[in-house]
Design a protein around this ligand. Structure first.
Ligand code: ATR
Length: 276
């Protein structure tokens, strides 16, 4: 409860936003932890993000925000102060006011790492990782992945220049390399799909032999049906192929912790969403 006795308000802002699972996830977290709060999904016009944030946090005294497509970069620019992990990510998915200062964090990478390591039992240390894609989604998770000290991280992207630029931004944090898809070769323990190809039901054009029986495939995208990438990897005999449902719930848990100081149990929420 806030000082005025009204329930603390949170929201996710995006465009589109109707299919966001964040309200459902945060309501389950609140119920489970006994926290009294309200969380809603707000559709924000493409050119109205800064105004919507000001209205929600200053006028309506909202306590915190999640930010999704297409506003994560704008949220990064808007924040007065950035967390260590949000700064190099170039994107912010969590905002809150701290002593009047607009603080921006990015919990996506932590959510991905926690899902891989904690939920799927996949250690990243000394592993050879292949990241598909070099856009905002890939950039957002680079630092938390590299903090796990993989042996190497190779970025493959349709536009090679973007992959090379991403390597340039993060090379001080690990063993990085870049290529297009056609010249992709070598053996990888873990392949992470951070491209937007799945939005059109497509899979990045991977060489036939890049997946084998030991490869763990992870799609950062989530859909109620198995994603095109997950289907492709299983058809190519991957050891395991999972979608981004766990990441979605884990990044939300990290935001919830930031706002409320309480860490929810993610397992029952992942199970409930997976069965819905
Ligand atoms: P996001 O924030 O979702 O990462 P983005 O910054 O527009 O969005 O990046 C989209 C990523 O998906 C890019 O890596 C893009 O490749 P390009 O940089 O070459 O454009 C990749 N992508 C989108 N559609 C794709 C497709 N059909 N096949 C392979 N890669 C695709």
């Amino acid at each position: 409860m806030s000082e005025t006795g009204s329930v603390d308000r949170y929201a996710v802002m995006g465009n589109p936003i109707a299919h966001s699972k964040s309200p459902q996830i945060h309501r389950m977290f609140a119920e489970q932890t006994g926290q009294s709060l309200r969380y809603e999904a707000l559709l924000v016009p493409e050119d109205g993000f800064a105004e919507a944030v000001a209205d929600f946090l200053y006028r309506d005294q909202g306590k915190g925000l999640n930010v999704t497509v297409p506003f994560k970069q704008q949220a990064w620019e808007l924040a007065d102060q950035l967390s260590e992990r949000a700064e190099p990510a170039g994107a912010v998915n969590t905002l809150l006011l701290r002593d009047g200062v607009l603080y921006g964090d990015n919990t996506d990478g932590a959510g991905l790492v926690r899902d891989l390591v904690h939920n799927h039992g996949v250690q990243l240390k000394n592993k050879r990782i292949l990241m598909l894609g070099a856009g905002g989604a890939a950039r957002g998770v680079m630092l938390p992945l590299l903090e796990q000290q993989p042996a190497s991280l190779h970025i493959a992207n349709r536009t090679v220049l973007r992959a090379q630029e991403l390597v340039g931004c993060f090379e001080e944090f690990g063993e990085l390399s870049a290529s297009g898809f056609d010249s992709l070769q070598g053996h990888f323990d873990i392949i992470i799909n951070a491209t937007a190809a799945g939005l059109g039901g497509e899979v990045p054009p991977l060489p036939e032999d890049i997946i084998d029986r030991n490869t763990l495939c992870y799609d950062m995208m989530y859909a109620s049906e198995p994603t095109a990438f997950v289907r492709y990897c299983l058809e190519h005999n991957a050891a395991k192929a999972v979608d981004g449902l766990g990441m979605l719930v884990e990044q939300a848990a990290e935001s919830f912790y930031l706002w409320r100081g309480v860490r929810p149990d993610t397992q029952p929420v992942i199970e409930a969403l997976g069965n819905s």
